[in-house]
Design a protein around this ligand. Structure first.
Ligand SMILES: NC(=O)c1ccc[n+]([C@@H]2O[C@H](COP(=O)([O-])OP(=O)(O)OC[C@H]3O[C@@H](n4cnc5c(N)ncnc54)[C@H](OP(=O)(O)O)[C@@H]3O)[C@@H](O)[C@H]2O)c1
Length: 358
């Protein structure tokens, strides 16, 4: 990161107290042509913005590191093309400093890679206090919702299904596998290292797991799914999807959650030629979705997941990286598979009231 200014934490008498403070921001200065590198970002400092009517000043506690951050740089996706020399957008957990919501209120917000953002109240998702706030970006956040609704509403898993999950040791995948197991499914993961796969089987209860770097990984999946695959929870697309399609059972379901295999490039794969024939022959249903499509029922999904977490039936692993300035390297590393579970940036260690950011 081109560091313009560091060590700009808010000082007493600053925005936390309602006055002017410095806002550290990480800007996307240009769109990457190939693989993402840190030199497309720059850290700068700007005055903390002031909320107007219907707005609040949000203070970022956690930033969610999402593969989609890189996909957004490729052009128009489900959101508008990213501009340059603007704050890098991101899902965040914030607390309200001032404006039209009570100070200290916790909100899920699109505050981006910065300390402070002014946002319209209408776009915020208030959440209650919780022992581990970071779970609002994990099991109780978008990745948890993607796992839950992708399995239940899109793939419509049933007891006895054989379910294959790619990027299985990541944020969405490790939750999706455990939720499928709760439904009485046989669960096979695909992830990028032996260590990740050992963890999935030994610690998270997957029935099997395969490293897609192995030359014979397709045979390994076939061996673990002797009766074929009923549900494929696809986080990856590309060559993994190509290899799984022929193994799908008649009337199988493919929940297309993401396509990370084609995110970190200037030339994403757009081929579709072989797919329709496979869908017809095996009468497959393949459906893309966004977790936010199901926003109206997030509350009940959160209740289910919170109960499983409390009962120890689901483990939600969250990697915390401290420091706003480490956000670019955290995203680049995640695209290269160096994360296990959900990765978040903790922007500040303390809440407005002095309590720790848990
Ligand atoms: N639809 C939705 O609402 C929604 C919500 C959240 C996430 N998603 C999508 O779900 C997917 C997973 O996201 P996440 O947040 O849970 O991230 P994540 O799985 O925690 O991190 C991404 C993982 O993808 C794997 N990966 C990277 N490049 C790969 C490649 N070329 N082939 C195979 N695996 C690769 C890496 O693990 P390995 O070691 O296994 O390579 C990496 O750890 C992404 O496609 C994301 O866009 C969708």
């Amino acid at each position: 990161v081109a560091s313009v200014q560091r060590d700009l934490n808010p000082t007493p008498g600053g925005a936390d107290q309602g006055g002017a403070a410095t806002n550290r921001r990480i800007l996307l200065t240009r769109l990457p042509a190939g693989r993402l590198s840190a030199d497309v970002f720059a850290l700068d400092a700007a005055p903390t913005p002031v909320p107007g009517p219907g707005e609040v000043l949000c203070r970022t506690l956690y930033i969610s590191i999402d593969p989609a951050n890189r996909a957004w740089m490729q052009g128009r996706t489900y959101r508008a093309r990213l501009g340059t020399n603007e704050v890098m957008p991101a899902n965040t957990l914030c607390e309200v400093v001032g404006g039209d919501l009570a100070p200290g209120t916790l909100v899920l917000a699109q505050a981006g890679w910065q300390d402070y953002a002014v946002l319209p109240v209408s776009g915020l998702d208030p959440v209650p206090e919780a022992p581990a706030l970071r779970q609002y970006l994990g099991a109780l956040g978008i990745t948890g919702m993607a796992a839950y609704f992708g399995l239940h509403n899109v793939a419509r898993v049933q007891e006895g299904d054989t379910v294959v999950i790619s990027a299985a040791a990541g944020a969405t995948g490790h939750l999706a596998g455990q939720l499928a197991a709760i439904h009485g499914c046989r669960v096979v993961g695909i992830a990028g290292s032996r260590a990740k796969n050992r963890w999935l089987v030994a610690e998270l209860g997957f029935d099997g797991a395969v490293d897609y770097h192995d030359a014979d990984w397709r045979d390994q999946v076939r061996g673990l799914c002797a009766d074929g695959i009923d549900v494929y929870f696809d986080n990856v697309g590309g060559p993994v999807l190509e290899a799984i399609l022929p193994l799908m059972n008649v009337h199988g379901r493919i929940a297309c959650c993401g396509a990370i295999a084609s995110y970190d490039t200037g030339t994403p794969d757009t081929r579709v030629a072989g797919i329709p024939g496979r869908l017809v022959n095996s009468r497959l249903r393949m459906e893309g979705f966004l977790a936010r499509d199901f926003k109206a029922t997030w509350a009940s999904a959160r209740q289910d997941i919170a109960a499983w977490l409390a009962a120890g039936e689901v483990r939600s692993v969250i990697e915390v990286v401290d420091g706003l300035d480490r956000t670019p390297e955290a995203l680049i590393g995640l695209l290269n598979g160096d994360n296990v579970g959900k990765r978040v940036i903790r922007v500040t260690a303390t809440r407005l009231d002095g309590s720790p950011v848990t």
